[in-house]
Design a protein around this ligand. Structure first.
Ligand code: AMP
Ligand code: ZN
Length: 139
C-alpha cells in the first residue's frame, strides 16, 4: 500500500530522511520542512491514503490520540502553551501533499495567530437548510 512517486510514502517508510520525532508500526511523525512555528510536526501513516476519506479504521482511531501525545510533548519539551491539530483534505482545503497527514502545530504565548477565519453571518434558515442536506447524506 505504497504509491510510487509519493514523497510522504518515502519519508514514512524511511527511504528519504526527515527529522523523526516518533515512529511505530503504523506511523512516522516528522518535523515539517516549512514550520508554522518551532516544532510543527506532521503525523504520517506508513500506508498510503490520499486523505481521511480513504483511511482505514485502525489508522483513523489512532490519529487523534497520537496528536495529543505529540502536543503534550511540545508543551513539556518546547514550552508551547497550546497546539493546533490541522488536517487538510483536497486542494481547496489547502492540501498540497496527497498522502494523508495531520499537522500538530505548537502555539506559544504572543506567537502569531495561525488558524483563523472570519466568522460569517448565515441568512435566516440557512443553517437549518444546510444541516438538512447533510443529514440526508448521512442517513
Ligand atoms: P498540506 O498543505 O496539508 O498538504 O501540508 C503539506 C506540508 O508538508 C507542508 O506544511 C509542507 O511544508 C510539508 N512538507 C512538504 N514536503 C516536505 C518534506 N519533504 N519534509 C517535511 N515536510 C514537508
Ligand atoms: Zn504516499
Amino acid at each position: 500500500m505504497r504509491e510510487e512517486n509519493c514523497i510522504f510514502c518515502k519519508i514514512a517508510n524511511g527511504d528519504i530522511g526527515a527529522a523523526t520525532v516518533y515512529e511505530d508500526d503504523d506511523f512516522r511523525v516528522i518535523l515539517d520542512l516549512g514550520p508554522a512555528s518551532k516544532g510543527h510536526a506532521l503525523i504520517l501513516p506508513k500506508k498510503h491514503y490520499r486523505d481521511i476519506c480513504e483511511a482505514d479504521e485502525r489508522v483513523m482511531s489512532r490519529l487523534f490520540s497520537l496528536a495529543a501525545k505529540i502536543g503534550a510533548a511540545m508543551k513539556k519539551g518546547l514550552g508551547a502553551t497550546g497546539f493546533n491539530v490541522v488536517q487538510n483534505n483536497g486542494t481547496s482545503a489547502g492540501q498540497t501533499v496527497f498522502h494523508l497527514h495531520v499537522h500538530v502545530i505548537p502555539r506559544y504565548e504572543n506567537g502569531p495567530a495561525m488558524v483563523t477565519w472570519e466568522p460569517g453571518s448565515p441568512a435566516e434558515g440557512e443553517l437549518e437548510q444546510t444541516a438538512k442536506v447533510l443529514r440526508a447524506e448521512l442517513m
